[in-house]
Design a protein. Structure first.
Ligand code: GAP
Length: 484
């Protein structure tokens, strides 16, 4: 899909208006590339994490989860290569002083060509960029930007500095200044918390290779080009899994995890055509093969998840820097070795954004008699922030009491929402807008025969069901095992 900025802006506004995502510290005009999750965004995000955790730990007999600290010994980042290599090529415009990531500047230019119908031109620029990045040819990248006359969006000039590397890690002080505090980093990936705990988990869990360690947690990067909503943030969350394997088996496990992870994405109910794999032209300092799973966002195909064959790079370096043996004794081979690693790394926030983009729909419901429309989030029921809305038709005649009984029967099992105010049509629209898959309406008939009307979000069909059946009917459809 070509970039659809209007749709993207509509989704961002919707997220703010309906309590999903707000700019951080908005009363002070916000903080660039930092966002807060509101009441419904926090529920959606938690559902994403729960589903990933369940599929990567509970459903896998040889993968366990940990929760390591954000602060780590500073030598971790020397050993991991982040101090020396975790940087992006940047270029500054001398007139506006605005700094750009070189790949983003060139990709933006290619997108513009594409939008103008010059597909071949766009592909040629991206191909040239990939080759120059792979060769770390910074002079060549600057020349490409100049040859294409790519201007700065602020000054409009092509007055560029040389391309330079810029480290993305945030640093802070541990301890007070008077105690001569040591400089430490906010972790830029959760993976290192797994590597430094490799032996702790392997030994205490008596894990046998192949096995994995999973983790969900915050990561921090001083992103230079920080836009595109929650796609690129300075504080974000990752869900990572390191799979420890015998050296020499990395190719087959890499393919295995590519296939497994794509299956996970498809299990969200998103069609395969909305995804593609993108092989990395320039490999990260730790990888011998790497690809991204990209989703077709309204801003174009972009990375949601990375699958990386990290060799023994991390464990071997930690072994060297810590002078502690980080080896596994393989009883079948009767041999000790430093395991190789396949990593799957997905952003929580990008998954949330993917689900919101996939779910967002503006529907025209006009009939000959009247104009009507709705905005609905067609989220998979298991991901929806609220599963069931309980809506008495009137605030009297004992209908609220029945509503409260339904709430009490259902709320221990899934997230419910109770509302009496406003016309029922308005209440349905509000529930559509936050993606609530089921609403039940209590009316006078409910008092007589113990039934309510259940309304389905996507079809807007309604039918009567017995109050006694509400919980089990909905529970079945909103659980992670029901499709999602
Ligand atoms: N441990 C490997 C690693 O961190 P990565 O490709 O740099 O690899 C993995 O990041 C995932 O983390 C990405 O696919 C993306 O979903 C998410 N991610 C990375 N940087 C991000 C940012 N600035 N904002 C939001 N998500 C980000």
């Amino acid at each position: 899909m070509a970039a659809d900025n209007n749709r993207f802006q509509a989704i961002i506004s919707h997220c703010k208006e309906y309590g999903f995502i707000f700019p951080s510290s908005e009363i002070y005009d916000g903080l660039s590339a930092v966002y807060d999750y509101g009441q419904w965004g926090a529920e959606l995000k938690k559902n994403v994490k729960d589903y990933w955790w369940k599929s990567m730990t509970q459903m896998q007999e040889n993968i366990v989860g940990i929760d390591a600290a954000i602060f780590m010994h500073p030598t971790t980042w020397k050993a991991s290569g982040h101090v020396d290599n975790f940087s992006d090529p940047m270029i500054d415009n001398k007139d506006s002083k605005k700094r750009y990531r070189v790949d983003h500047l060139l990709e933006g230019y290619a997108d513009e060509l594409d939008a103008k119908g010059d597909k071949a031109g766009a592909e040629q620029v991206l191909k040239a960029m990939d080759a120059l990045l792979a060769a770390s040819d910074y002079a060549g990248l600057k020349k490409l930007i100049e040859d294409k006359n790519i201007p700065c969006s602020v000054s409009g000039t092509c007055n560029w500095t040389d391309v330079r590397q810029f480290n993305l890690m945030f640093s802070t002080q541990l301890g007070s200044v008077s105690e001569e505090a040591g400089e430490i980093y906010l972790r830029p990936e959760t993976a290192q918390g797994i590597f430094v705990n490799f032996l702790n988990v392997q030994k205490t869990g008596r894990m046998k290779i192949p096995f994995g360690i999973a983790q969900i947690g915050k990561a921090f990067r001083n992103e230079i080009v920080a836009r595109q909503f929650i796609f690129r943030m300075r504080e974000f969350e990752q869900m990572e899994m390191q799979f420890f394997i015998r050296p020499g088996t990395q190719k087959e496990w890499y393919e295995y995890w590519k296939a497994e992870r794509l299956k996970w994405h498809l299990s969200l109910g998103i069609p395969e055509a909305r995804y593609r794999f993108h092989d990395h032209a320039k490999l990260a300092h730790y990888a011998d093969a790497a690809c991204d799973i990209e989703y077709d966002f309204p801003i174009g195909f972009k990375e949601v998840e990375g699958i990386h064959s990290r060799t023994d790079f991390d464990l071997r370096n930690h072994q060297e820097y810590s002078r502690k043996k980080l080896q596994y004794h393989d009883p079948e081979l009767n041999k000790s070795y430093v395991p190789y690693v396949i990593e799957t790394s997905i952003g929580v926030d990008r998954t949330v954004m993917m689900l919101l983009c996939e779910a967002y729909a503006e529907e025209d419901l006009s009939t000959e008699e009247k104009k009507d429309s709705r905005v609905v989030l067609k989220l998979p029921p298991a991901m929806a922030p609220v599963k069931l809305a309980v809506l008495p038709l009137l605030k009297k005649d004992g209908l609220p009491e029945i509503g409260k009984e339904i709430m009490n029967a259902c709320k221990p099992y899934f997230k419910c929402f109770y509302e009496e105010k406003d016309a029922i049509g308005k209440r349905y629209r509000r529930m559509d807008a936050i993606g609530t898959p089921f609403c039940v309406t209590i009316d006078h008939q409910s008092k007589e025969d113990g039934t309510v009307t259940i309304r389905y979000r996507d079809s807007m069909q309604q039918e009567r069901i017995s109050i006694a059946d509400i919980r089990k009917t909905i529970e079945k459809q909103v659980s992670f095992s029901a499709g999602v």
